[in-house]
Write a protein that binds this ligand. Structure first.
Ligand code: SF4
Length: 318
């Protein structure tokens, strides 16, 4: 018999608006009958990727893989100006799914370049968003972990900007570090508010449960940050990519209350599936017996329409 009496989903989880918009744009283009490619996967979630594939939306790793005359959807991470130029030169229909927040980062970065600042970018090397950002500021100094920071030179006028999903605490520490590196420091805070809210809600949930389950890609930085926050709070945590990873042998640590949260590419429906799985595997009698109802209730309490996977009307492209 299991021990779990209550399972909750953190508020404001599900696919973020930037990812959702890119998904919707790809679905809409396909529904209009266009041959549609995405330039790289628009979302790091196997269920959503399979859904797009079934709709006939093809993934292209590079522009060279996009067929003549096709529509190509730029994902939320954005791309370099050079990629957009090449797509235009090939006569492709570009559907820009760059998240509005990332577009704002591009503008801010361009302004810093124009104003002549020596720019430091906090970001994960090779991450698609960072690759796109560096297209606007090729001379920016890219730093990630604290060990990197010593390579920041001393300059008169410096500016600091960040990849959207970096943890706020790291950005603040780097800003403090850079004060001693220059005479004038301009700090442009581009940490995405969705990421911040998600971290706050995850922490709030973690404080009230005995075990947290974080759902998201193992390579997803924002997912790993959620796991790290749970650990800092002292709440036992399991990080998984899919409900299938929860099995009879999973150690639920005798938890009575379990919290579920997810990264910005994880649909809220996946979190409900995790709730159901936990209820089946570790729920006390009534919770086990009503697993799907427990999942439905947890979803109803957490999900608001803005956090659904798609914003398109039912029947058109869902
Ligand atoms: S995490 Fe924020 S910046 Fe990144 S795609 Fe989502 S909403 Fe946009």
């Amino acid at each position: 018999m299991g021990t779990v009496e209550q399972i909750v989903i953190a508020r404001r989880t599900g696919v973020c608006y930037g990812v959702r918009e890119a998904i919707d744009k790809a679905k809409s283009a396909r529904a209009e009958g266009k041959r549609t490619h995405t330039l790289g996967h628009v979302v790091h979630n196997e269920g959503l990727i399979a859904d797009l594939r079934e709709r006939g939306i093809e993934n292209a790793e590079t522009l060279d893989d996009v067929h003549e005359g096709a529509a190509v959807v730029i994902r939320a991470h954005g791309v370099t100006p050079e990629v957009l130029e090449r797509a235009g030169a090939r006569g492709l229909e570009v559907i820009d799914g760059t998240c509005t927040w990332v577009t704002q980062e591009h503008r801010e970065l361009q302004r810093l370049v124009d104003d002549g600042y020596d720019i430091v970018l906090l970001g994960t090397p090779h991450h698609p968003e960072v690759v796109g950002l560096l297209g606007f500021a090729p001379d920016a100094i890219l730093v990630d972990e604290e060990e990197d920071w010593v390579k920041i030179p001393r300059r008169k006028r410096m500016a600091l900007i960040t990849q959207s999903t970096q943890p706020p605490w790291k950005f603040e520490r780097l800003a403090a570090f850079m004060v001693s590196r220059c005479h004038e420091l301009k700090v442009v805070n581009t940490v995405c508010p969705v990421t911040i809210r998600r971290q706050e809600d995850t922490l709030e949930t973690a404080r009230n449960v005995d075990l947290m389950i974080v759902v998201g890609g193992t390579r997803s930085a924002n997912t790993r940050e959620l796991t790290r926050l749970c650990e800092i709070n002292g709440t036992p945590v399991l990080q998984i990519e899919s409900p299938r990873e929860l099995t009879e042998s999973t150690d639920f640590k005798q938890a009575k209350r379990v919290g579920v949260t997810g990264g910005t590419s994880t649909p809220i429906e996946d979190l409900a599936a995790v709730v159901e799985r936990v209820a089946l595997l570790a729920g006390v009698g009534p919770v086990h017996a009503a697993a799907s109802e427990v999942a439905r209730m947890a979803l109803a309490e957490a999900a608001t329409p803005q956090y659904r996977t798609t914003s398109l009307p039912v029947g058109s492209a869902q």
